[in-house]
Design a binder for this molecule. Structure first.
Ligand code: GLC
Length: 634
């Protein structure tokens, strides 16, 4: 049962597709105070848990920290953070009383979940007008399914997007791409996609291709495709401000860029230097931007990743001027401790500054709206520009598209990836913990940068991470420029990688069917054990294992120099260790077990009475035989 309550005239975020009638706000079941900033408060029982908030830092149970809904270009995914790239305003309270709450509000929200007072949740909106959805249900999964129903079905990518994908900021020339392809093939390593990061563009201009690096791009794309490799270029939110660059000229002429307080184009810096920010919230501008993808789809491209769309601002022209002034002031002075910090803040503060987010404007159906009040839907509407265009032009399920920034609603047209993580062991666990939370908010096609984006990766880290990645719908190895090469063939035991990647392809029929079912039935592909075994207090506290589909449980290894880990079985299950074509099965009883797994093995737990289909290994999805399957039995 879902009740909706409305305060004022909220901005339409398009998050909800099936909206119930609004009830009078005085019947809202939680304490709510409506003023300049709407605040909701309620108490938690001592052992209540709070789930949700999608892509956010820390644990599965969100209790004991303060979070923010504010799409943030945050590269340090550490515990002190309050926000990452997504703003997913849905929580489920799980205690004697169970309910869900979705706040449809595109500005900043602070979620104090037992941070200030251990037994109190206090949710503060930066403004007042919003829609609130209060959801009653018998279980966490049922509450989530009811919510998912009103926000609409999740995006389904093309089948090949379930294959293994290799990415790297730094692949520039055609030869780099041929090398990645050939080295995978040579080493018996499957591969379906190679990503093109900003290096492929001409001067980082969206929808351009550097002609020196790719003299015949169309032939290059089709050559790769003839080897069953899809090339996936990146598109950034900012459009280089350069006269003579047709995308910029057209956008400028039509007034499709965001404006400053004086009505002039807002100027900020990202990869290409000064850019205009397309006003994706303006329907015409959105359609115009979406149509630009045609330049690349016409050349055979069938997948994209949309980046820097929080939007990430390295600086604004005005912010930089201010910082430079401050530095000029200090230039001739002796810098004492306070002016030193002042100087540091002035320089570091130019990036992603709140002052900048408060200083530019959108045109939403003729209404001028300050960016800070709609910040959290900017990336979503960029990605909608693309997905609406693809759907209109090519139909559903034809193109791969995923985004860095997102708000609920983006899940209908695209997937997400979890942004710039690190090659840290703790980030395997963070990757795992985020999966059920984003599934709750509709995002099924998702995954983290396997091996870690920042920092240098090691062989064992990548193998263990891939052993989790074999289960995530988006299975992409990606790293930053200047970090240690981390393609599977760069390491000593290439055959171990072949063993792990083979497991992915063996599982694709199962993962794909589970994925489709979860989209159709508004279900979660990954669930906390607490959702399936609410009466088992031990299961309810487990945060390093997940239920997968209705058949399995996963429990990846995430610590260095360990051959095994403790796993809690909430019921009798069969442990299977998968490696290449090898399958080793062992029945285990409910309870705590120490299980071991070699670096080339993927452990999977199958519930009693359930079975999981396995295909024969393949080197890409086009060659995968999805008909002749064998079955693993629990
Ligand atoms: C951002 C993206 C990252 C990409 C880089 C260069 O940091 O999150 O994935 O490699 O930009 O485009």
């Amino acid at each position: 049962m879902i009740n909706k309550y409305t305060i004022g005239s909220p901005i339409n975020t398009d998050a909800v597709v099936e909206s119930p009638e609004s009830q009078p706000i005085d019947s809202f079941p939680l304490k709510i105070s409506v003023a300049e900033q709407t605040v909701i408060r309620f108490n938690l029982g001592n052992s209540d848990a709070v789930y949700g908030l999608g892509e956010s830092p820390r644990g599965i149970n969100k209790r004991g920290w303060i979070y923010e809904s504010w799409c943030t270009d945050e590269t340090n995914h550490t515990e002190d953070k309050r926000a990452l790239y997504g703003a997913h305003n849905f929580i489920v309270i799980s205690g004697k009383e169970k309910f869900g709450l979705f706040i449809d509000y595109p500005g900043k929200i602070e979620w104090d979940i037992g941070y200030s007072k251990s037994n109190e949740v206090r949710i503060t909106l930066s403004g007042s007008d919003a829609d609130f959805y209060y959801i009653n249900g018998s279980t966490e999964r049922d509450i989530t399914a009811q919510f998912r129903r009103i926000i609409g079905k999740s995006y389904i990518p093309p089948f090949w997007a379930f294959g293994y994908q290799q990415s790297c900021w730094g692949y520039a020339k055609q030869e780099d791409f041929f090398g990645v392809r050939d080295n995978h093939r040579k080493n018996n390593l499957p591969l379906d996609c190679i990503y093109m990061d900003i290096d492929y563009m001409d001067s980082f201009k969206d929808f351009s291709v550097n002609k020196e690096l790719f003299p015949d791009f169309r032939t290059f794309v089709s050559d790769m495709k003839s080897h069953n490799i899809h090339l996936i270029p990146i598109i950034d939110a900012g459009v280089k401000n350069q006269k003579g660059y047709s995308v910029y000229d057209e956008g400028h002429e039509k007034g499709y860029f965001c404006t400053d307080e004086n009505g002039d184009e807002f100027e900020c810096g990202v990869w290409p230097g000064i850019v205009g920010l397309p006003d994706f919230l303006n329907k015409d501008a959105r359609e115009w931007f979406g149509a630009q993808y045609k330049t690349l789809t016409d050349m055979g491209i069938d997948g994209f990743w949309n980046d820097m769309n929080e939007p990430a601002l390295f600086y604004s022209v005005k912010g930089l001027e201010k910082a430079n002034k401050k530095l000029d002031e200090l230039r001739s002075k002796e810098v004492d401790i306070w002016s030193f910090f002042g100087m540091k803040d002035a320089v570091l503060g130019v990036q992603n500054s709140n002052d900048d987010y408060a200083s530019f404007y959108h045109n939403i159906d003729g209404r001028r709206v300050c960016h800070k009040d709609v910040h959290n839907i900017y990336g979503t509407f960029m990605t909608r520009a693309a997905s609406d265009f693809f759907e209109k032009e090519f139909g559903r399920e034809q193109k791969l598209i995923f985004s860095r920034a997102s708000y609920i609603g983006a899940h209908r047209g695209s997937g997400i990836w979890f942004g710039d993580n690190f090659s840290w062991w703790s980030h395997i666990l963070l990757n795992l913990k985020m999966l059920p939370s984003v599934n709750m908010c509709g995002f099924l096609y998702c995954g983290a940068d396997l091996g870690g984006f920042n920092n240098n990766c090691t062989e064992d880290l990548l193998l263990r991470w891939l052993a989790l990645g074999v289960f995530t719908p988006l299975m992409r190895n990606h790293r930053a420029l200047g970090t240690r090469a981390q393609e599977a063939y760069q390491f000593e035991h290439t055959e171990w990688f072949a063993d792990v990647l083979a497991v992915r392809y063996r599982l694709i029929p199962y993962l794909y069917e589970t994925f489709r079912r979860c989209s159709d039935e508004y279900d979660m592909m990954f669930r906390p054990l607490a959702f399936d075994y609410p009466d088992d207090p031990l299961a309810c506290e487990v945060e390093d294992q997940l239920m997968l589909g209705d058949e399995c449980m996963i429990a990846p290894l995430y610590e260095q120099n360990k051959n095994g880990r403790y796993v809690y079985l909430p019921e009798d299950m069969t442990l299977v260790k998968l490696s290449g074509e090898k399958v080793e099965a062992q029945s285990l009883e409910k309870g705590l077990h120490y299980i071991t797994a070699a670096l080339n093995e993927v452990p999977l737990f199958i519930r009693k009475g359930k079975s999981v289909p396995l295909a024969k290994p393949a080197l890409n999805t086009a060659e995968l035989d999805t008909e002749n399957l064998t079955y693993l039995k629990g």
